[in-house]
Design a protein around this ligand. Structure first.
Ligand SMILES: C[S@@+](CC[C@H](N)C(=O)[O-])C[C@H]1O[C@@H](n2cnc3c(N)ncnc32)[C@H](O)[C@@H]1O
Length: 340
């Protein structure tokens, strides 16, 4: 169930339908539901008709060595094919080719391309993040976090001064959404040059010329600046699908911890990891960091290193949930962590 395009639909309904479709696909466990939910992407303004869409989907799937499950004689072959197709999404060549197509579609038809997890999720992420930033600037969220001091700042004003980085920005629409919410210091990065060209063109067309876009690989980031808010929607998911996913995920956390300013926020939206899995991953990173600090040279460095880099702050509760195996889960999860 990788990257399957949903049938053409009323864009208003698309993300609801998408989520519905995915939530119906309760299979072996929560992880397989999450993997299936890579199909939650809406075709935002596509002009493709049904036949073209079918052809498009078949080409995409055969490129990923995917065949319909009925063609398979064994579950193992099916699982192997699914895994192979998924791991395509971890490769830069996949994204370069996807954005080359989307750029053509933009130039010929003016379309924005995929909104990963759907427009509804994107809007929820942006407005929830705004609320969280306002709460923090007003000192409402930090009662349990002793070492972060924040001066109360009046409501929306604090948003303008908060620098924002969206990693793996794709078409950059999340940044446009954050701009509509009042954020103004906005930067998007992606390792695919095509994504950056698309994001730049869309931002200019849609009246957001001040959003900065840069080509940058988060795993070898050249960014020298730190940001008070770092957003990730679907990028860690993609990185985790690389054949060397586990190592790359560790590199990701090292890099992210350098990019989020002290007292800043990381807001991460995933469909391949559950809330608990992400929290455990961050906890493992914290422990690794604290363990590593014992080797540092000066007592001051050792002291700084004893603080866990990230503390869980909050998560989006408003996504639709479903029951499976006696526990309740959601297809998409958004969590916020505070950088110490
Ligand atoms: C699932 S898409 C999500 C795009 C966008 N965040 C959104 O929500 O629409 C994953 C994005 O991550 C980018 N990406 C994957 N690995 C990356 C890396 N190591 N550094 C920077 N970008 C990366 C891909 O090019 C792609 O644009």
């Amino acid at each position: 169930m990788v990257g399957i395009r949903l049938p053409p639909e009323d864009p208003e309904l698309s993300s609801q339908q998408s989520r519905g479709a995915v939530c119906d696909l309760v299979s072996d466990d929560e992880r397989s539901v999450a993997a299936d939910s890579w199909s939650i992407k809406s075709d935002y303004g596509s002009t493709l008709d049904d036949d073209q869409r079918q052809t498009d989907a078949s080409e995409a799937l055969s490129a990923a060595n995917y065949r319909a499950p009925s063609d398979y004689s064994s579950d193992k072959e099916e699982a192997d094919a699914e895994e192979a197709a998924q791991s395509m999404l971890g490769l830069q060549s996949y994204w370069d080719s996807a954005y080359a197509d989307e750029l053509v579609n933009f130039r010929e038809h003016g379309h924005a391309g995929e909104v990963w997890f759907g427009a509804d999720v994107m809007e929820v992420v942006a407005s929830w993040t705004k609320g969280l930033c306002i709460d923090i600037s007003q000192g409402c969220m930090l009662n349990h976090v002793d070492d972060i001091k924040s001066e109360p700042v009046e409501g929306d004003k604090s948003l303008c001064t908060r620098s924002v980085l969206d990693i793996g920005t794709g078409n950059g629409l999340l940044l446009q959404e954050l701009a509509k919410q009042g954020f103004s210091d906005l930067t998007g990065t992606d390792y695919s040059e095509g994504a950056i060209q698309l994001a730049r063109s869309l931002a200019d067309r849609d009246g957001f010329p001040n959003i900065n876009f840069l080509v940058d690989d988060i795993l070898e980031s050249k960014l020298e600046r730190q940001f008070q808010l770092v957003m990730d929607k679907g990028t860690l998911d993609a990185i985790g699908l690389h054949p060397d996913g586990p190592i790359k995920r560790m590199m990701y956390w090292d890099s992210i911890s350098r990019l989020v300013a002290p007292g800043g926020l990381l807001v991460i939206t995933s469909c391949n990891s559950t809330k608990n899995e992400l929290m455990q991953e961050v906890e493992s990173f914290n422990q690794r960091r604290i363990g590593g600090s014992q080797d540092r040279e000066t007592p001051r460095d050792q002291e700084i290193g004893r603080d866990p880099p990230f503390q869980f702050l909050s998560y989006v509760r408003s996504y639709p949930t479903f029951m499976f195996g006696g526990s309740e889960g959601s297809c998409v999860t958004t969590l916020a962590f505070l950088r110490s």
